[in-house]
Structures are given as C-alpha cells and as structure tokens.
Ligand binder design. Sequence first.
Ligand code: SAM
Length: 332
Amino acid sequence: MKEDLLKYLVCPDCRTPLALSSVLKTEGEEIMEGSLGCPRCSVSFPVRGGVPRILAGNEYRLKEETKNRFAFSWKKFSDIYEDPKDFLDWIHPKTRDFFKDRVVLDAGCGSGQHAVFASEFGAREVVAFDLSPAVDVAFRHSRTKDNVHVVQADMYRLPFKSDYDFLYCIGVLQHLPDTKEGFRRLRSLLKPGGWMSVWVYGYEGAWFIRRIVDPARKFVMSRLPLPAILSLSFLLTAILYFLAKVVYGPLSRFRPAKHLSRRLPLGDYLSYMSAFNFTYLFNCVFDQLIAPITQYFKEEEVRGWFENAGLKDIGLTRRNNISWRATGRNPG
Ligand SMILES: C[S@@+](CC[C@H](N)C(=O)[O-])C[C@H]1O[C@@H](n2cnc3c(N)ncnc32)[C@H](O)[C@@H]1O
C-alpha cells in the first residue's frame, strides 16, 4: 500500500478518514505490513502483503463461498490478459482517451489487469478493490504502477470517499445477493459529473445459459470440489473452443452465412470468442460455473438502476446478445 492511498480511504462505518496506526515492514514506497485505524471508532484494519484488508462485518449467505471460489479462480488464471480488447468492449462506448487524468475506481477488480490498463490509458489514479484474496494477484500485477492502489473490501461496506470521476464494475453485480443495493452503494462514490459503467449478464437471449448451464451450476457444480469443476470446465471449454474456431468464427466471417451463426445457441458470443485463446475461454467457462450466486437481468431492470439512482445520459447496449453494458453520469 502506498501512503498516497490514504487520501481515498474512510472508515466504512463512520466515514472518518483512516490513518496509519503502524508500519511494520516496507519495500520501497509500499507499506507491506502494518495497520490502519479509524480515530473515531477505534477499529483497526490490517495491511498484509501490501494490501489493506478492510473487511470485517456485513456477512451474507454464500459470501465466504464467493470469496473462496473467486480467489481460487484468479490464482489459477492470474496471467490470462494480453491486450485490453475485451476490457474496452465491456466499457463501450468509453474509450482509452476517456481515462485521461481521471480518478478511477475498479469495483470487483479480480486479477487487477483492468486497473493496469486504466493506468496505462492515462488515469490520474486508480483504486481497485475486491472481496476475495484475488487482491494478492491484483497487487502483484499493479505493483510497478505508481498510481494504482489495491484494497480488499466488500461492495456492501465501502471504505472509500466519494471522489471518483469514473467507476466501472465488470461482471460483479450479478454475483451479489442484492444487486440494487450494491449499485446504490457504488453510485454514492461518484463525484458530481462522474461516470459509472457496468457490465452484467442479460436475461434476454441467454436461454441456453439460463436453462442448461445455470441449473448445472446450481445443482451439480455447487456440490463438487473446485479441482473437479476445473476438470469439467476444461472438457467443456475444449468443445466450445473447437466450435468457436471451426464453426462459429468462420461462419460469422463468411458474409452469406453470418445470419446462420447468429441463430445457433450462443451464436454472437462464440463468434466473438473465436478471436480469443483457449485459456481466456477456459477462465470464462470456469467463472460461469463456480460462482455461488449468479443473476440474469432484463434490460428494464438495468435501466431502472441508473434511472432510480438519478444518473443522466444513460447509455445501454446489448453485448454479444447475452449481456448488458450500461453507463450513466452523476449530474451532481
Ligand atoms: C467474474 S469476477 C470479475 C472480476 C473483474 N471485474 C473482471 O472483469 O475481470 C467477479 C469478481 O467480483 C468479486 N466480488 C464478488 N462479490 C463481491 C463483493 N461483495 N464485494 C467486492 N467484490 C466482490 C469476486 O471476488 C470476483 O473477483
């Protein structure tokens, strides 16, 4: 943790700025071991492995499973990203240039690679947080970036000031028990004029996932140990990868047959994924199968979160026919 991060941190309960209470080990600019405290409530939060862990309180059903399963996933798939193509597609219509000089929050950062991209696109500072020990991977990925900070924190108990020009939350809200509440809490961190972008699983167009994949996740995968799910995901990925490369990809690129690829199950998605490598698809399949909580949202629900939160200039687009990406601005 760089000392600079303190300017963004508050006590998740009383919102008093947190202070450093002890520094036990440093490496260059990074405080590797120590603690932070709230001068008002006298609670203390450890800094371990270079990351502040601001976690206590707010237990919910399946929270521990969510934490452990995503930690396993990110440790297994820590180095899958090579370029920001998918990141930019998730936050479309925002572009690289949009990051210039903005203070950015990556909510539910997973491996932290998006925070690194944000920094490379010219963000002034990036704060990335996640519930799970994936933050250790995020810390490792972002260590060389002076303006990226990583925190272990819970969406329902955010230890941040309302300081953000741009906040994005990719693939996280669908794994919360109360999505509206998670959205509301995130939205409260926007500066006047600040933008928020989210990407979530869609209800529309995803019948194959909802009817076939999701029941398997709920009734079979939730009972299996993670290494067994990993093996099953490998087999499933091998089939999907073959179909993507040999059937969907070529069909979608061959103009007269393009409409045919779109009519096949997961047509747009597998055509899009035909451009990615095996490991990337493997990670997506595994994540889909391990999450203890997964929800699918209709267009009007997603729009409703933005409208009810008073956001303006709302833009909502369908992605690969099975998910929604949306953005909106805090009018202040
Ligand atoms: C599918 S991953 C997406 C990670 C990253 N945004 C990306 O696109 O690569 C979902 C992430 O949400 C995190 N998560 C789930 N519940 C959370 C919560 N209550 N607070 C913060 N993060 C949470 C998980 O730990 C996991 O890393």
